[in-house]
Design a protein around this ligand. Structure first.
Ligand code: EPU
Length: 439
């Protein structure tokens, strides 16, 4: 087990380069199952979730090879239909093999994803969409057993209690790409990652219109071919660097930060007094005055403020001047980080699906546990602005979705080190000793 040792740092001066989007590449890797031909995917982030998706594809009989940020997927007439519990239980996004497997193999057995720390995360919309296209489902021994003699086009209204669903839209759109006839998805997710999947499928020969809007029309084709495709930059990684600059101060150029993917985030950060220049293919972020102004934020599906940046935004608001209300409209239970931030001196209370945040002048470093991926980024940012040492365990969550995050911080002069729990434990003097050894 590893931990991060974090000390007060900043300002951040320089440039970071954003990696490919984790949430774009996962459904795109699954969509490779729709063809027998090899595909080459570029700008793939080296994060644990991508490794897990590779393992799922390999389990199905697909050959997957990495070379740096390039991934080659060779389906080679794979015959597998089972995504096992051992892999699905480690990554909920495994559900996105369901649509491609049903469309290509007529059968899919995917371990039922369990709950997770950010909430219940039902999959009824995935079922609803694929059932409308002719699939049937049963739950047996903890597995979703789906069958479909032949999927056909359908008109599907894909709205749930919390709005559109990214991966349900991905599953239905992927399956519809080779289904018989025309599928229309109403209330489709508009996230840039859904658009990236649509562009990947179109490059493979699919006929798709309306992606990026709430109505997507897909005309099924006989077969899809292999392609070479480059993944979009990760907007959540870019947004996290924007918040890091807002918290630590400085002048950071974020190469790959795309303003059209981050409109709501840019808008809110500008309200807090952060200065943001939209350049060609990058963003320049500067903290323009001593204190950040508190602002109210509500997370919503794209183009709203992304739920995946709610935790880092909360860390920022916890140090702002004034009181802010942060309302979570996508995952109403995604608040596990409140208790950890409060352990560092934040003043945050929860009322239903909102967090009431009273900005404080200082954080005090503490041992903390990252409960999930985005919370891990929030705790790191908090630690970098706290007095004394912060020790964060749960680093495996960070590794699921942020490639080389702490290395990027170190390059910009921040004081953050990864050690094994054994090396980092014992007492504080010893911890200091280890920090020096690993510098
Ligand atoms: N929902 C349903 N029924 C469904 C599916 C979803 O009610 O069948 C609900 C969810 O419970 C939630 C809302 O709809 O309240 C939106 O969930 P969505 O299905 O859009 O989430 P997802 O597709 O499972 C992806 C990302 C998440 C991100 C969400 C929302 C991937 C691999 N995951 O999940 O990313 O938070 O969209 O934008 O693309 C992360 O990267 O940390 C992460 C959790």
């Amino acid at each position: 087990m590893e931990k991060l040792l974090i000390r007060k740092s900043g300002p951040l001066q320089g440039t970071v380069i954003i990696h490919g989007a984790k949430n774009a590449v996962l459904p795109i890797m699954a969509a490779c199952l729709l063809s027998d031909e090899p595909s080459i995917i570029e700008n793939v982030p080296q994060v644990t979730d991508v490794m897990l998706m590779s393992d799922i594809l390999r389990h199905l009989g697909v050959t997957v090879d990495f070379s740096g940020d390039r991934l080659t997927v060779r389906p080679n007439r794979y015959a597998g239909t089972v995504a096992p519990y051992e892999l699905v239980s480690r990554m909920r996004a495994s559900i996105c093999v369901l649509g491609p497997l049903l469309a290509r193999q007529g059968k899919a057995q995917v371990s039922m994803p369990g709950g997770c720390v950010i909430g219940l995360r039902p999959i009824d919309l995935h079922f609803k969409g694929l059932q409308a296209m002719g699939a049937t489902f049963a739950i047996e021994h903890g597995y979703i057993v789906g069958t479909a003699n032949e999927l056909h086009g359908a008109k599907i209204h894909l709205a749930g209690a919390f709005g559109s669903s990214v991966l349900a839209t991905a599953n239905v759109m992927s399956a519809a790409a080779i289904a018989d006839g025309v599928t229309v998805i109403e209330h489709a997710a508009c996230e840039p990652e859904v658009v990236d999947l649509a562009n990947f499928l179109i490059a493979m020969g699919a006929r798709i219109e309306g992606h990026g809007s709430p109505v997507i029309r897909i005309e099924g084709v006989e077969r899809l071919h292999g392609v070479r495709y480059r993944i979009i930059p990760d907007r959540v990684e870019a947004g996290t660097w924007m918040m890091a600059t807002a918290m630590l101060g400085g002048d950071l150029t974020i190469e790959g930060g795309q303003a059209d993917h981050l409109g709501a985030v840019i808008d809110k950060l500008c309200e807090t007094t952060v200065a943001i220049d939209k350049l060609n293919g990058s963003l320049r972020v500067r903290r323009s005055c001593d204190s950040i102004r508190a602002v109210d934020v509500t997370t919503l599906p794209f183009p709203g403020f992304p739920t995946d940046l709610q935790a880092p935004m909360m860390a920022l608001m916890a140090r702002a001047r004034g009181v802010s209300v942060l309302t979570e409209k996508v995952y109403p239970e995604r608040f596990m980080h409140i208790a950890e931030l409060n352990r560092m001196g934040a003043s945050i209370t929860r009322e239903g699906t909102s967090a009431i945040i009273k900005g404080v002048a200082r954080f005090s470093g503490a041992p903390v546990t990252a409960p999930d991926l985005r919370a891990s980024a929030a705790l790191i940012l908090a630690g970098l602005t706290a007095e004394n040492l912060t020790e964060m365990v749960g680093v495996e969550h960070l590794d699921r979705g942020y490639q080389d995050f702490e290395k990027g911080l170190v390059r910009l002069g921040a004081d953050i080190r990864r050690v094994t729990a054994e090396e980092g434990m014992v007492d504080r003097d010893r911890v200091t000793f280890n920090v020096e050894r690993y510098a």
